[in-house]
Ligand binder design. Structure first.
Ligand code: PMT
Length: 404
């Protein structure tokens, strides 16, 4: 409840991301904030005043003239009685109005009549976002002191892919917490996460790889960052966007991943979620290997890759205080996880079933078991984001509250 007593005025403009604002209201209220909402005419096309009122447990303000019947609650009081104005989604249209100083509806009037800080969560099509007019409007608003969170990159409602997606609700909440100067439980701490597969070359055009998408590792990096950690994510080849606020180092092979992780030290926490190839081709060909008619297919001679997790766990003075590994198994999950915990010398193993039926590799959900020398904790099937959020909280608790 660390947002207790904080008063937020949320302006919901007319964009498809308005539906996420309902979750934003819920999350802010869970943390103790009071949330009053202004819904633009466009916003009301995407979410109903009834839903907003039900979640905020406050009257919803959606019409400039309705204010006159509200015991003197003027648009001026509406903004004055807030500690922070949050515009989510901040559409190109509303930002243009704000930059120009227009006040032709309740939202724009409240924003113009305010001397309170404003946090913008832009959301729009990627061409609208990159248009010089939008960028100039944003620059004007930021020069006047507006704060910004997002947008992110990804699938947009219009079917295109690119910049313009409203920041995740958790990121907006984190930005609000930062605004109020609230440190996360991992503030001031450094963390390292490995994610994705590695590609081990056979020749310049072929490689050995696996089915890891990076979804789980990337979500963990993002969750740790949201708790305030300074996160370095060492990622194998994936198609995911970089998690905002995280330093990303891209690598291809296990050898490069090892080098990048050692360069990121010292850190207090290391989470090895990457699916590192155990073996690499001993002598990758310099030129593309040719198929020759009548000659049997070549054999690949493999050699062991370095074990990154074990190396981090045995790094002596540079060993992270908490070293967490994963175990990807298709049978006898807990037995194998326990053996890996001992063999690799880490503090905790997150075991997950990666048999094809589980859909873990590449999927959006995961069932994990936290294995320590004396305990096994099993969590139910959750989204990979939820696994990451719970794991980050669990690790923050393990690291303890003492200052770094
Ligand atoms: O990427 P996604 O599609 O979201 O899928 C997530 C995941 C299944 C890849 C992830 O949850 C996971 O299980 N990651 C670990 C995969 C793996 O390589 O597990 P392993 O049991 O083979 O290895 C055990 C541990 O040693 C892992 O922490 C691994 O990162 C580490 N390791 C393995 C080999 C090696 N050479 N170096 C290592 O550091």
């Amino acid at each position: 409840m660390h947002l207790s007593g904080r008063r937020i005025l949320l302006v919901i403009a007319g964009g498809i991301a308005a539906y996420k604002s309902l979750d934003l209201i819920r999350r802010l209220r869970e943390k103790g904030a009071t949330v009053r909402c202004v819904l633009t005419r466009g916003g009301a096309q995407f979410v109903t005043p009834l839903a907003v009122a039900a979640l905020s447990e406050e009257r919803v303000y959606d019409d400039l003239f309705s204010l006159t019947d509200d015991n003197g609650m003027s648009h001026i009081r509406l903004s004055r009685e807030a500690d922070l104005l949050v515009v989510a989604p901040a559409t190109a249209d509303l930002m243009a109005k704000m930059a120009a100083g227009l006040a032709d509806d309740l939202a724009s009037t409240v924003l113009l009549a305010s001397d309170k800080p404003i946090l913008l969560a832009p959301s729009m099509n990627l061409l609208m976002w990159s248009h010089p007019a939008t960028q100039a409007n944003l620059a004007t608003l930021k020069a006047r002191g507006a704060l910004q969170v997002g947008p992110g990159t990804g699938d947009l409602a219009c079917g295109e892919v690119g910049d313009g997606r409203m920041a995740d609700v958790a990121d907006i909440v984190a930005a609000i917490e930062r605004f109020f100067g609230l440190p996360g439980p991992l503030s001031g701490r450094k963390a390292l996460v490995t994610s994705g597969p590695t590609h081990e070359p056979i020749d310049p055009v072929r490689f050995i790889a696996n089915r890891s998408s990076g979804k789980q590792g990337h979500a963990i990096a993002q969750a740790l960052q949201r708790l305030g950690a300074e996160v370095t994510l060492v990622s194998g080849p994936v198609t995911l966007p970089d998690p905002p606020g995280v330093t990303v180092v891209r690598v291809e092979t296990a050898a490069q991943m090892l080098e990048a992780t050692l360069s990121a030290l010292p850190v207090e926490l290391a989470v090895c979620a990457a699916a590192v190839a155990d073996w690499r081709v001993a002598a990758p060909a310099v030129e593309k290997r040719k198929k020759v008619e009548g000659v049997p297919p070549p054999s690949l001679v493999l050699e062991a890759n370095p074990d990154i997790l074990a190396t981090l766990a045995a790094a002596g003075e540079r060993r992270p205080r908490l070293v967490v590994g994963f175990a990807a198994e298709t049978e006898r999950l807990i037995d194998h996880a326990r053996a890996k915990l001992t063999r690799k010398g880490c503090d905790l193993i997150v075991a997950n079933d990666v048999s094809p039926a589980s859909g873990t590799f590449g999927g959006d959900a995961n069932t994990v078991h936290l294995v320590t020398p004396d305990q096994v904790r099993s969590w139910p099937l959750m989204s990979k984001t939820a696994v990451a959020e719970q794991l980050a909280l669990f690790l923050a608790e393990r690291l303890g509250a003492e200052s770094p």
